[in-house]
Design a protein around this ligand. Structure first.
Ligand code: SF4
Length: 467
């Protein structure tokens, strides 16, 4: 590829799943990744004796929080793992799941002219569909702004969910891949793009083969390129993801220009999340009424919640948008685990901050902010009286320090400094407030801006825990 070793090393060293071997160093026989996400930390995994040559790595959330504890034996996810299951996964051949191809009724209507572009966009507006990756930007408005840019344009599917506690996009790809791909093709049709890039997080490598098969058999002239990530949380941020797709380190870009104007390979680019595209397909098939009759506590539509932690039935729950955490636990998760009482929860994964059980705002965009947090991708992690929130906070702070891309000083230094401060016996409120202010004001992307929510939310809602 006419690249110098320095160029290769510069990029490869950024990604956790690439390994730089010294001369004559043998690659490990297998890599076993043990998840350290918030739900898996509640159920520590004892691996027992492993075969020779297996390298064990403790890694951030692997996106299977409803099956904690989890390990990845190479590409093979081991759910509710124990030593015996891990040993089997390492020894036995693996057959990846193969999603079945379906027909694409909505796409057919789009391509045949039966469903005009404006009508499709109006339907999504009527439904109030917003980006489900976490930012919540109105989908139709985003499509219109990309379509208004001069062509050629591109579409990117963000399948790089990495927020600790989030696993809904894996579920959609496992169970509804055809609808996600149909949504991507409809998006490409809507903005007149003839190429789509699907960026799949490497922790979901077991889904790669099935998706590739489905993509190969798709109808129409739009090409979908399937690309893999390589273990970097920050690549879930759309401009970092685009850098990564271009074969570079995943460093978030300064804006403007926005990716809708200058995106992948310099072209106007529409970036949509997996779940958003699933809803595009369903809403255009069933009409905006699918959302119209749903919603709770003043909010409208359906929402997908990834629920994990101390509940009886964790999992992906499609529930009324705006449901409260107790309603979600009682009506959709079979209640709390026996012997556990709701004490605290993360409404939006690691970035969204902690809330106490007594605060029950609607779990919807814009409803958590008055309490200092946000819902993001709706990763609801439930804690009980048995959980040490300070230890959880330290775990999350370590995660942010590990995943900071290092590009800007407030985040690179701030996340590392926060780990040291939170590991101490007494938290220095003045210093941590000061650090939070600098990180929020001066970090380039959401990682550095949101990382302080971890400790600031404990100061605000759980003073008894941190003083
Ligand atoms: Fe990188 Fe952190 Fe700066 Fe984002 S805030 S660009 S992750 S160093």
């Amino acid at each position: 590829m006419r690249l110098s070793p320095a160029e290769v090393q510069e990029t490869a060293s950024f990604y956790a799943h690439f390994r730089l071997l010294d001369d004559h160093e043998a690659a490990p026989a297998a890599v076993l990744r043990r998840c350290t996400g918030p739900a898996c930390s509640m159920r520590p995994l004892d691996l027992g004796a492993l075969p020779d040559g297996v390298m064990v790595e403790d890694v951030p959330c692997t996106g299977l929080c409803d099956h904690a504890p989890v390990a990845l034996a190479g590409k093979v996810p081991v759910r509710r793992a124990d030593a015996a299951k891990v040993a089997r996964a390492l020894a036995e051949p693996y057959s990846p799941p193969m999603p079945s191809g379906e027909s694409f009724p909505v796409l057919d209507r789009c391509l045949s002219g039966e469903l005009p572009r404006d009508e499709a966009l109006t339907e999504l507006e009527r439904a109030g569909l917003r980006g489900m990756g976490g930012a919540g930007f109105p989908t139709a408005r985003k499509w219109r702004s990309v379509a208004a840019q001069p062509g050629p344009r591109l579409v990117v599917v963000n399948a790089d969910e990495g927020e600790p506690g989030t696993f809904k996009d894996r579920w959609f790809l496992e169970n509804h891949a055809a609808q996600v791909l149909e949504g991507a093709l409809i998006a490409a049709w809507a903005v007149e793009a003839d190429e789509v890039y699907l960026y799949l997080r490497d922790e979901y490598a077991d889904l790669h083969k099935g998706l590739a098969t489905l993509i190969r058999d798709l109808p129409g002239d739009i090409t979908i390129h399937l690309r893999r990530g390589a273990g970097a949380y920050v690549c879930g941020e759309e401009s970092a993801l685009i850098e990564s797709l271009e074969g570079k380190r995943g460093l978030p870009r300064q804006r403007p220009p926005y990716v809708a104007e200058v995106g992948l390979f310099g072209r106007p680019t529409l970036v949509n999340n997996v779940e958003t595209l699933y809803w595009v397909s369903r809403l255009l098939a069933e009409g905006a009424e699918l959302f119209g009759n749903e919603g709770r506590n003043g909010h409208h539509g359906l929402r997908t919640y990834s629920v994990s932690g101390r509940v009886k039935e964790p999992g992906v729950k499609i529930a009324p948008n705006g449901i409260t955490v107790s309603e979600l636990i009682d009506e959709f998760c079979g209640g709390m685990e026996d012997g556990h009482v709701l004490a605290a929860y993360l409404p939006g994964g690691a970035s969204g901050g902690f809330l106490p059980a007594r605060l029950q705002p609607p779990l919807a965009f814009g409803a958590i902010e008055e309490h200092g947090g946000f819902i993001g991708s709706a990763a609801v992690v439930v804690f009980s009286q048995a959980d040490d929130l300070r230890a959880v906070a330290l775990n999350l702070a370590r995660f942010f320090a590990h995943e900071s891309c290092g590009q800007c000083t407030p985040c690179r230094v701030g996340t590392a400094k926060s780990v040291g401060l939170l590991a101490g016996p007494a938290w220095d409120r003045d210093l941590l407030d000061d650090l939070a202010g600098v990180m929020r004001d001066a970090s380039i992307c959401g990682l550095g801006q949101a990382a302080p929510n971890v400790w600031q939310s404990l100061f605000r809602h759980f003073p008894e825990v941190v003083t």
